[in-house]
Ligand binder design. Structure first.
Ligand code: PRX
Length: 687
């Protein structure tokens, strides 16, 4: 869809945003620069397009290879790029075994349980090695899994999650971790799409002070998959408290197994890492797209690991002696790349926090940072806004000092950036605003913290080896400094980029490469710019400011939700005839969905019905997609060709001008809906 055609509220936002002034630069401290991993400005020359693709050897050389590659980039199947072809490598070996000689006693993972009275678990590299090997033995011998098989993980934020991922990686098994907050149905869709016969889950976990039953979602997932004629043979259940079952749902004989029980037969087991081809898939990460069906972004082993190791070292500035805390969930790509694979490949100590940042109060993250002496912190604007709202003065009460901080996931307002810098960073930390996507494996745009100054609200230039370009709808280049927004693309492939959409190459090509492809028959990478689907403005200094998605995707708390996914979930309710979802500005989450529905004839609007629709969405997708409101309306504003005008609904929901609606097929409905929304929101505010 082109910028002109798009019909969500981003249209006007993008245009308004272009008129914002550019912010002043902030410079990193001399102290930060003195210790930084990357201080040589020539890095941009080394990674210039002239030196592409061989420049990426610098990243691949951060890893240990069984065998070196013969071809850096194979473009013969364009645009499915193959990196480091001929190379052989194992991701688990690179994140664990190779660190043992010098660092076996070093903490690999600090697991911080949500209940504050439970002690933090410090898992050394040796302990990680033992636990990953034992679990890998279960996968291999008990489950009969082998390289190339897929398994679905539906796990919360616990140390057992990276243990499970690394055990899969050890054997070349492709893992597909589904965000723990997603529903059993959402998990089932991903099980079926990835053809997994084994599901790995946990009985329960803590969130906001509650021990939440999680195993019940596994039962739903398996039952839903069965409806699609897909059989899950085994469900492996980790226990939040080993030896105690914390779920209400019964274990199914012959299908469900406690990992803790199985382990008894595998204590001390060792499993050799399997030497995998560099281009073998390491994992799938499902993400929302413009159509209802989530797509499995397929990430490679060698290219992906090289890219996350390189960006973790130079953009995150991770040194082996650092204590690094990324507060994202491992169920999202940020967690895969920048909690697990990036930091562990560099032998850092990575913090995993189970619960919500504001539990039991807004001082929690700062107590964790103080106790573990965290010095690198990584989070999203949504969390920064929540912490600022709940406890603006809390960070100053604790003795912690970050040298470096990251923001990721959505545009950060300059005001929020400045609070992050002053209050959390105490004016000492270098900040990187990292822009990228699930499909990309790692960062696309960011400042290099010791080289480029920071500019609030702007991500920065392309990171080394990433060459962004902005096109207008007709494929003309929008030059930096023109003050115009356009579709931001990347001119060249890079090792972290996904290889394809799992079993859907056509969708991969059409969604990401077709629009600006110069010649569909070409085998040259130069002819295949990658379309990100974001609108952006590039300033004269080359800094990129992202304005938001240009397709039908809503970014809630830094996570993409497909509007079609939410609308399809609403339509499961029999009384619903039509559904349209629009993004509404939210102080903390960035955006949240607002849902409009039209009922089937013969049904009367009621609060119960609205609740039923809301529940259906939570069941289908998860609480993250819960609409702010379900507005039951008599009709949708429509164009004469019958297209729902989401832009109009979005303006109503956001309380902005709806503009000229006289060309609609049914203009009178606009004032009717506006009145209803205003009245209800007005009375909600008063009460
Ligand atoms: O619109 C961009 C926004 O989030 C989208 C990618 O979402 P997802 O695949 O869930 O990955 C999130 C974590 C990488 C992008 O298309 N986005 C991500 N980071 C930023 C951002 N928007 C502005 N600034 C960012 N730093």
């Amino acid at each position: 869809m082109s910028l002109k055609e798009r019909d969500v509220s981003e249209t006007s936002e993008a245009e308004i945003a272009v008129h914002w002034g550019e912010e002043e630069y902030y410079y990193p401290s001399a102290k930060f620069i003195a210790q930084a991993n990357m201080t040589d400005p020539k890095v941009f020359e080394r990674f210039s397009l002239e030196n592409f693709p061989n420049c990426f050897k610098e990243y691949a050389d951060l890893l240990s290879w069984y065998e070196y590659w013969h071809t850096t980039l194979d473009t013969s199947d364009a645009p499915c790029w193959k990196w480091f072809v001929g190379g052989r490598i194992n991701a688990s070996y690179n994140c664990i075994d190779r660190h043992l000689a010098k660092n076996k006693n070093k903490t690999a993972i600090h697991f911080v349980p949500e209940p504050e009275e439970e002690r933090t678990d410090h898992i050394t590299y040796q302990e990680l090695y033992v636990r990953v090997n034992e679990f890998a033995a279960i996968l291999k011998d008990f489950c009969g899994l082998k390289a190339g098989d897929t398994v679905t993980l539906h796990m919360p934020m616990v140390a057992e999650l990276p243990i499970t991922m690394l055990a899969c990686a050890r054997l070349g098994i492709i893992h597909s971790q589904v965000f723990g907050g997603f529903s059993g149905k959402a998990c089932s869709d991903r099980i079926v799409d990835s053809s997994s016969n084994v599901l790995i889950t946990m009985d329960a976990y803590y969130r906001n002070g509650q021990l939440i039953d999680h195993k019940e979602k596994a039962d739903i997932a398996v039952a839903e998959a069965a409806k699609e004629k897909h059989k899950v043979d085994k469900v492996l259940v980790w226990q939040r408290y080993p030896g105690t079952y914390s779920s209400q749902t019964p274990m199914v004989q012959g299908r469900d197994f406690f990992v803790n029980d199985l382990l008894k037969d595998y204590y001390g087991a060792r499993v050799d890492p399997v030497e995998m081809p560099a281009e073998a898939p390491l994992f799938l990460m499902y993400t929302s797209g413009t159509t209802g069906k989530p797509k499995g972004a397929q990430h490679s082993t060698g290219g992906y690991l090289a890219y996350v190791a390189g960006t973790s070292k130079y953009i995150q500035d991770i040194h082996p002696e650092d204590v690094y805390w990324c507060m994202a969930d491992i169920g999202w790509i940020t967690g895969h790349s920048y909690i697990v694979y990036g930091p562990l490949s560099l032998c850092a100590s990575s913090v995993i926090y189970e619960g919500v940042p504001t539990y039991p109060d807004a001082g929690r993250p700062w107590r964790i940072a103080q106790n573990l002496d965290v010095n690198i912190f990584h989070t999203a604007p949504t969390a920064i806004r929540a912490l600022r709202k709940a406890g603006p003065d809390e960070p100053l009460k604790y003795n912690f000092h970050f040298k470096h901080m990251t923001t990721v996931g959505e545009p950060i307002e300059p005001e929020v950036w400045k609070w992050y810098y002053q209050s959390i960073g105490k004016g000492e930390a270098a900040i990187v605003d990292t822009w990228w996507q699930t499909e990309n494996g790692g960062f696309l745009c960011s400042t290099i913290p010791a080289i480029n100054p920071m500019k609030p609200g702007s991500a920065g230039p392309g990171v080394p080896g990433i060459h962004p370009i902005v096109y207008d709808d007709d494929g003309n280049v929008v030059p930096p400094g023109s003050g115009k927004a356009g579709n931001i693309c990347i001119q060249n492939p890079w090792p972290g980029s996904f290889q394809t959409i799992w079993h859907d190459r056509d969708r991969y090509v059409s969604q990401y490469y077709e629009t600006y492809c110069k010649d569909p028959k070409s085998k040259r990478w130069q002819d295949w710019p990658y379309k990100t689907g974001d609108a952006a403005v590039v300033a004269e200094d080359g800094y990129v400011r992202i304005l938001g998605r240009i397709d039908d995707v809503i970014n809630v708390s830094g996570h993409r939700l497909g509007t079609k996914e939410i609308e399809s979930a609403a339509l499961i309710v029999a009384e619903v005839a039509e559904a349209a979802v629009v993004p509404v500005k939210h102080e903390v989450k960035g955006k949240e969905p607002d849902l409009y529905v039209v009922l089937m004839p013969g049904h009367t609007p009621s609060d119960d019905l609205a609740k039923k629709v809301q529940d259906a969405i939570v069941t289908e997708i998860g609480a993250i997609a819960r609409p702010r409101m379900v507005w039951i309306v008599a009709d949708m504003p429509k164009t004469r060709s019958g297209k729902i005008m989401r832009r109009v609904l979005s303006a109503i929901s956001n309380g902005t001008e709806v503009g000229d609606v006289m060309t609609l097929a049914n203009p009178e409905i606009v004032s009717e809906i506006t009145k209803m929304v205003k009245e209800k929101l007005g009375s909600a505010k008063r009460s």
